[in-house]
Design a protein around this ligand. Structure first.
Ligand SMILES: Nc1nc2c(ncn2[C@@H]2O[C@H](COP(=O)(O)OP(=O)(O)OP(=O)(O)O)[C@@H](O)[C@H]2O)c(=O)[nH]1
Ligand SMILES: [Mg+2]
Length: 229
C-alpha cells in the first residue's frame, strides 16, 4: 500500500516538471518525440535513418539517454546533428527532471524537431512523461509475437510502433501478422510500421507519417494525443 503511494507521488512530481518542459517546447514551437524500446531494438538506427531523410530541411536535435557511454550521442553527432548525452548510471528510464536539467547544457535555439532517445528498457520509460508531443516505440521483431501481450504498457502508450528488423523475419520465423494483431489488441489506435534499417523497408512510410504528424495543427495533435490516436 505504502509503496503504491510513493510511486504515485514520484509520478505526480514528474508530471509537474513534464508540464514545465512542455511549455518550454511549445513556446519555441518545437516538436518533441520520445523514442522508447528494449535495449538494441534499433532506436539509434531508426534515428539515423530518419535524420538522413529529414536533413537539411528540418533542424533536428537529439537528447540521448543511456546508463553509460556517449556512444549513441557520438553516432548522432557524426551525422552533423547536435546531441546531448544523459547518462543515468543505474536508472532505467529518463524522467522529466533529467530532460529539464539537460536543457541547461543543450541549446534548443534554431531547432524545429527534438528527438529524445530513452534508455533501453521495455517497461519503465513508458511510465514517465517527458513533456513530449509524440511517443514512439521501436520493437525488434525477432523478440517474438507474444511480447505485446506480455509487456503491454509501452505498446499501449505509443502512438506509433515500428516493428523493426523485418529483414530478419525469414530467419527468426516470427509471424509478423500475429505480431501486428497482438499490437492492435493492446493498442487498437497504434500506427504500425514494419521497418528494416538494413534494407530501408518501411522507413519512408514512417518518415512521411512523422512529417504529417508534425505539421498537423496543434489542436488536431492534442485531440490525437487525448484519444491515444
Ligand atoms: N538486421 C538488422 N539489424 C538492425 C536493424 N536495426 C538495427 N539493427 C542492429 O541492431 C543493433 C542495435 O541497434 P541500435 O540502433 O544500437 O539499437 P538501440 O535500440 O539504439 O540500442 P540501445 O540504445 O543500446 O538500447 C545494431 O547492431 C544495429 O546495427 C535492422 O532493421 N535489421
Ligand atoms: Mg541507442
Amino acid at each position: 500500500m505504502h509503496r503504491i503511494e510513493v510511486g504515485s507521488n514520484i509520478l505526480q512530481a514528474n508530471e509537474e516538471i513534464a508540464e514545465e518542459n512542455r511549455q518550454i517546447f511549445r513556446t519555441r514551437g518545437l516538436f518533441v518525440v520520445n523514442i522508447m524500446s528494449a535495449p538494441g531494438a534499433g532506436k539509434t538506427s531508426v534515428l539515423e535513418e530518419t535524420i538522413k531523410r529529414l536533413k537539411p530541411a528540418v533542424n533536428i536535435g537529439v537528447i540521448e539517454g543511456d546508463l553509460h557511454t556517449t556512444l549513441d550521442s557520438d553516432r548522432i553527432n557524426a551525422l552533423g546533428v547536435p546531441s546531448f548525452q544523459i547518462t543515468t548510471g543505474t536508472v532505467c528510464h529518463l524522467d522529466a527532471r533529467m530532460i529539464h536539467s539537460a536543457l541547461h547544457g543543450f541549446t534548443l535555439d534554431g531547432l524545429d524537431l527534438l528527438f529524445i532517445e530513452n534508455v533501453g528498457n521495455l517497461v519503465c520509460p513508458a511510465e514517465f512523461d517527458l513533456g513530449e508531443d509524440l511517443r514512439v516505440m521501436i520493437f525488434s521483431t525477432v523478440e517474438g509475437a507474444d511480447k505485446p501481450k506480455k509487456y503491454p504498457v509501452m505498446f499501449h502508450e505509443a502512438e506509433a510502433v515500428l516493428l523493426n528488423k523485418t529483414d530478419l523475419v525469414p530467419y527468426s520465423g516470427v509471424p509478423l501478422d500475429e505480431l501486428i494483431a497482438n499490437v492492435l489488441d493492446v493498442n487498437p489506435e497504434a500506427n504500425i510500421f514494419p521497418t528494416s534499417c538494413r534494407t530501408g523497408e518501411g522507413i519512408d512510410l514512417w518518415v512521411n507519417w512523422l512529417t504529417s504528424r508534425i505539421s498537423a495543427p496543434r489542436s488536431a495533435r492534442d485531440a490525437a494525443t487525448a484519444t491515444g490516436g
